[in-house]
Design a protein around this ligand. Sequence first.
Ligand code: ADP
Ligand code: MG
Length: 509
Amino acid sequence: MVAAVCESVGTPPEAPQASPPVPAADRGAADAALLFQTVLERFRPRVSGFVLHGFFEPLMALGLDRDTLTLGAPSVFHRDWIRDHYADEIGAELSAIAQLPLRVVVEHVPGAQPTVAAEPEPPTPASTSGGGTPEGALPTSPLASAKGAPSAPKSARANVVAFPERTAAKAPSRLNSRYTFERFITGPSNRMAFAACRAVADAPAQTYSPLFLFGGVGLGKTHLLHAIGHAAVASNPGIRVVYMSAEEWVNEYIHDIRNQRFDQFRSRYRGSCDLLLIDDIQFLAGKDASQDEFFHTFNSLHERKRQIVVTSDRYPHQIEGLEGRLQTRLGWGLIADVQPPELETRVAILMHKADALGISLDEETAHYLATRICSSVRELEGALVRLKAFATVTREPVTLAFAKEQLGPILAGQRTGLTLERIVAAVAAYFDLRPAQVLGKGRQRQLSRARQLAMYLGRTHLNLSLPELGRAFGRDHTTVLSSVRKIESLAKADAGVAAVLSRLESSLL
Ligand code: ADP
Ligand code: MG
């Protein structure tokens, strides 16, 4: 093992004065892996596929000792490249996640196994079909040869989930083994999308093709897309699955055109693919040539009765810069949306994820987090990972008091800008009322329900006291209290109220 060469001290957003007393004992590879995995998720949307798969994913989290995370790189070149390009950013990201000044040290560890692939996951058909190379990892030598050419995209052949009966069993899978149907929690917000994905995975091209999934950031679209890939492989032996983001599509297209390998590009996707999974299709907007190529690929696969699944943050016709003919085709099959999860689904997701992270989370704490983090599942996960990091460092159990102490200021900061005025306006708009009606004395059922919701939101998200709310609504504090309690119980018992609450919360937060 070569001595440490890369050190970086990140600055957390609100840097604590000094390192807190961190027990020096055995915080080993498991904690390091968890922290590094979280860092990786932060980088995933920010760096190119080439950097992600070529440099980040092959890193191995070796250990977390006091304030230092040690990473292993499989080659000297790799170690130096990370040091030169990303050491500072990794340190800063790590410190921001743990809210502590943590250091990063990178060492050369010949034969290091990537942390991403080394997770203790049950093997899935897609991730085991590749044989040799670990998921996401490139062998050492291509990394070295990549020096000076960082714009070269990852080869598409690495994206193809290959099967022994058709190709040499060497291609590594790109599918994340954690993103399966079994690990996806359903509720009214995503049930239809989930069912459509299952149907497509069970019988590709026989139900809905294309399947178009759309919804906001962090709501599980990518997860579902990977899950289709896993399940399709399990139930259709020999199926050839290609998963890639639209960004990778564009990069690869440009690369192959430059290298005059257009025929190969064409045959790879038009001729040798049974299930094409394209993530974030909105990225094709404005990229005319790659869009055109996608259009022809779409036609070819559709004619040959192959399955296409596409995700987007918008409805097809709302993607500006996407040609009308492609927008139309994307709507030929089924369009399913993924909405922000309702309160109960958020609690269920938290309990499930906490379990996976080894945190024992009681329902009260889950409820506390779920009522404050409404916009995306990614944020929910982030909160849990933070709690885990704090709990690891302080060696305290995760209780409600602990969660409030550690996350309270962060969650409050996220909500800056929220006022009672905005809450009242949002509730009024939802029920097609005027704000004055929500604040007024009207006794009609819809008016009092709107008022109760506004009081509940003011109490939960602004921490306003009962007398404060009473003054704002011209009521006494006992009325406010019973309104808040009413919504609390309805949110548990009445799916309609829970859905309204969830929509209001996601529009406000
Ligand atoms: P999107 O692609 O919509 O931006 P992702 O699929 O990347 O979102 O999801 C973000 C994170 O949230 C992932 O770790 C994913 O596993 C998790 N996630 C999202 N929705 C769910 C769900 N319903 N159940 C379990 N995990 C979920
Ligand atoms: Mg996504």
